[in-house]
Design a protein around this ligand. Structure first.
Ligand SMILES: *Cc1c(COP(=O)(O)O)cnc(C)c1O
Length: 371
């Protein structure tokens, strides 16, 4: 018998109706003869701002650029500190270092894996110009508590895993001064290549971001703002995203359904499962915690079940950080979490049968480990 095979994600399963809308969008762009900064970008920016409930959306080339340009627009640079978490894959750290600021790592809350407001309150100082809160794995960070703890520092949301997540009628990207999105293909809303966006309600920040993504121009060939560059979201990707956007909420609901199957099938084991019931969690990644993570990962892989670790190395342990800042003090909750986390397959095109098969394989592996 060949082993069962459940991939971590399979983007080729896009529903035929959506695939058709995507193809039509790509053809429309091809025939228009306009490939950058045209109607498709404007239409997607308007639609995405409307979804997020913000007055502005600015398309950029990718999510890391979004973070970097957000920090630039807020005036973060050398001498400034930017508070963020150390368990979210280095993206915020890369952006903070790129603008010449210094990351200040804040510990996480063990239950949610997002930034702890108590830890932020204890860490913050006047040198902290901005706080980047990551809605990790698709769960909104506690934005109300973080905003209170951030004081005068600007609150930036890293929404790259949380498109459409909602709490008390506010969507990801509408809580902070600026929301940063990635449309990397595997995200909850994914392009067919690189793409990203920023959201804000502040007209001055929106104008700054529009200039920064386009050479610092205020008008054609008029470079007004320093720090500008080229970071555009192209017309083809904008058309792809517009075709997919109407399906985002349904896809997020399906992700939560899969999470509920996991919760039902995996209860009573030596695992901690994420709380995914509410609309504030769009289950970008289904991440469990288990003491013997490496053994379980090995057994799942052997059984043809895709799994991964998001993320295996805390930012302050990365060579790129140590070589810039030296050795930093590790954070207690991050150190506890990193060796225990494991991501199971979860995406909108996964079947109930595949989900049950993953759960059965996890259960068998853990029971075998017990005996
Ligand atoms: C994917 C991701 C990014 C980076 O997005 P890119 O488009 O790959 O640059 C940033 N932050 C988080 C949390 C992400 O998951």
């Amino acid at each position: 018998m060949s082993p069962p095979n459940v991939p971590l994600i399979d983007l080729s399963r896009l529903e035929p109706a959506v695939a058709q809308a995507v193809a039509a969008g790509i053809e429309r762009v091809r025939d228009s003869g306009r490939y950058l900064m045209g109607d498709e970008l404007a239409a997607f920016e308007a639609a995405f701002a409307s979804l997020c409930g913000t007055s502005h959306c600015i398309g950029v080339a990718n999510g890391t650029d979004a973070l970097e340009l957000a920090l630039r627009a807020l005036g973060c640079g050398p001498g400034d500190k930017v508070a963020t978490v150390a368990n979210a894959g280095m993206y915020a750290t890369v952006a903070i270092l790129a603008v010449g600021a210094t990351p200040l790592y804040v510990d996480i809350d063990a239950d949610t894996m997002t930034m702890s407001a108590v830890a932020l309150r204890n860490t913050i100082s006047p040198a902290v110009k901005a706080v980047v809160a990551t809605h990790l794995y698709g769960r909104l960070a506690d934005m109300e508590a973080l905003a209170a703890a951030a004081g005068d520092a600007a609150l930036v949301e890293d929404c790259a895993q949380a498109h459409g997540a909602i709490c008390a009628d506010v969507r990801a990207g509408a809580f902070g001064a600026i929301g940063c999105f990635s449309f990397y293909p595997t995200k909850n809303l994914g392009a067919m290549g690189d793409a990203g966006a920023l959201t804000t309600n502040d007209p001055d920040l929106a104008a700054a971001l529009r200039a920064l993504r386009h050479y610092g121009w205020s008008d054609r060939f008029v470079a007004e703002r320093a720090g500008g560059r080229n970071s555009r979201l192209d017309e083809i990707q904008a058309a792809v995203l517009s075709a997919k956007l109407p399906y985002l909420d349904a896809w997020n609901a399906r992700r939560r359904q899969i999470a509920e199957i996991y919760r039902r099938e995996l209860s009573g084991l030596d695992l901690s499962l994420p709380e995914t019931e509410g609309d504030d969690h769009v289950v970008h990644l289904y991440v469990i915690r288990t003491p013997d993570r490496d053994a379980l990962a090995k057994q799942l892989t052997a059984a043809g079940i895709g799994c991964a670790v998001h993320y295996p190395i805390a930012d302050y342990h990365q060579t790129a950080v140590i070589s810039t800042l030296g050795k930093l003090a590790p954070l207690a909750e991050v150190e506890q979490a990193v060796p225990e986390i494991l991501t199971l397959p979860c995406h909108p095109w996964m079947t109930d049968e595949e989900t049950t098969l993953v759960a059965d394989t996890v259960r068998t592996a853990l029971r075998a480990g017990d005996s």
